[in-house]
Design a protein around this ligand. Structure first.
Ligand code: ATP
Length: 434
């Protein structure tokens, strides 16, 4: 039974003016074209939960591309289209994007099997979605602007804080939903419904995840690793036995959980340095997740997940290097003298920031943490002043010795033996012959 409710008031009080204007314009354009336009998905869910979400997804009953192009005539924006799927993205000058999709029965496999019902196209579009809470829609056409349509009990489940699928074959149809169920459960602080949980367990037993590509799993995994309740979410994936599909040896046990907590601490520490440097939290956590895999095992999983070449190289080269370093530095006797800054610098030089943070998370010794911190906050930013031209002016001939001189200069600078340009010139003259 279709439930309706008007959300005009909520839209009016809760959304920024610019978004409200765009939504009203969508409705007007839809009317002119004789189409119906709807807000759908996470945007509607989060609006009802009073949570900020500006990922606007629109579905129109009709041709979404024609709709996007007509809208573009009313304001300054670009339109990117995907003819094959009947979808378009509207891109505003400030980079704000809105996705437009077409709910047209001809886009679906068996249109003939559908009975004639009110809103058949949008209902059918929503029936393909993952969970009831993601099926709520809001009409945008001026006559019934703000009217919410609830075909599948999404409102009830939002109230019950329940993640429920729409039908029994949902996880078989698309096993990535197994991961999505856990993500939404943890993100929203909801609970996966009993029947949905049963369906998840049986999809796992049927080994349905085996049918999806590593790349699709990576896509879901990334999003989970970017969630703030990442530890709870990974624990849940483990309970459902979902990690074993990534690798039989992958488990989220007590020690991995502690490593995740330490990674959380490392990433908050880095955030507080305000370096403005972007890093990928999900990658840091992925390294932690790989902790009980061998180097070879981690490389195999990374390949299967279809990680980008650059990230794959991190797993293949930097992660093993970091692990060796950890072993070596952990065993560095406390009786040895305090390392020189230059020594610390070259331990960590060239490592990606996610690897440095992984090392920080793994550091169970105060010394190690101090060295990593010194490297991150100060040493890695050190730069020498002299360049090749300066060396030529000093009478040196270009060649391999330049590199040697630069390294010697950097070491001296790191160890605070030299500071100014004149110090550097004096250092070169004293230590190298023309
Ligand atoms: P987020 O806030 O993380 O972006 P979202 O709800 O917007 O969450 P997306 O992953 O961006 O989720 O997907 C957008 C919408 O598309 C969802 O609301 C969901 O209904 C639908 N969707 C995405 N993936 C699937 C899937 N595998 N099966 C069914 N529906 C899906």
């Amino acid at each position: 039974q279709l439930k309706r409710k008007n959300l005009r008031q909520l839209i009016s009080t809760h959304l920024p003016g610019s978004v409200k204007e765009i939504l009203a314009e969508f409705g007007a354009v839809a009317d002119q074209l004789g189409m119906q336009a709807y807000l759908v998905g996470g945007f509607v869910r989060d609006l009802l939960l009073r949570q900020q979400n500006l990922d606007v997804d629109i579905v129109v009953e009709g041709d979404g591309i024609a709709f996007a192009e007509a809208f573009a005539k009313t304001t300054t924006c670009r339109v990117r289209t995907h003819e094959k799927f009947g979808t378009a993205v509207i891109v505003f000058p400030d980079g704000f994007k809105i996705d437009i999709a077409s709910a047209r029965l001809e886009y679906y496999d068996k249109p003939a099997a559908l009975p004639q019902v009110e809103h058949a196209s949008i209902r059918h579009d929503l029936y393909r979605r993952d969970f009831t809470i993601n099926t709520l829609t809001i009409s945008l056409n001026p006559d019934h602007f703000g009217q919410m349509l609830d075909f599948f009990g999404g409102q009830r489940d939002l109230k019950d804080k329940a993640i429920r699928v729409l039908h029994n074959l949902s996880f078989i149809e698309d096993p990535t939903r197994l991961f999505r169920a856990v993500r939404f459960e943890q993100r929203l602080g909801f609970k996966i419904g009993k029947q949905t949980e049963r369906l998840m367990r049986s999809a796992v037993q049927l080994r349905s995840v085996k049918q999806i590509s590593g790349l699709r799993i990576l896509h879901e995994l990334k999003q989970i690793l970017d969630e703030s309740r990442v530890v709870a979410a990974l624990g849940r994936l483990d309970q459902f036995d979902l990690l074993t599909f990534i690798d039989a040896k992958l488990h989220f046990d007590q020690s991995t959980a502690s490593l995740f907590v330490a990674a959380e601490r490392a990433s908050s520490w880095f955030d507080l340095l305000y370096t403005g440097e972007a890093y990928r939290r999900w990658l840091l956590y992925l390294f932690c997740l790989f902790d009980n895999l061998s180097n070879k095992g981690a490389a195999k999983v990374s390949r299967w997940l279809g990680m980008s070449p650059a990230d794959h190289t991190l797993v293949l080269e930097q992660l093993p290097k970091a692990k060796m370093l950890l072993k070596r530095l952990r065993h560095r006797s406390s009786k040895l003298p305090h390392p020189q800054n230059s020594e610390i610098y070259f331990w960590f030089d060239g490592l990606a920031i996610e690897i440095i943070l992984y090392l920080m998370a793994c550091s169970d010794q105060e010394n190690l943490r101090r060295w990593l911190s010194l490297y991150t906050t100060e040493l890695r930013k050190e730069k020498i002043i002299l360049n090749g031209d300066d060396l030529i002016t000093l009478g040196f001939k270009p060649g391999r010795s330049f590199q040697e001189i630069f390294i010697a200069l950097l070491k001296a600078r790191l160890n605070q033996e030299i500071q100014t340009r004149d110090d550097e010139i004096g250092f070169v003259k004293a230590n190298f012959q023309v």
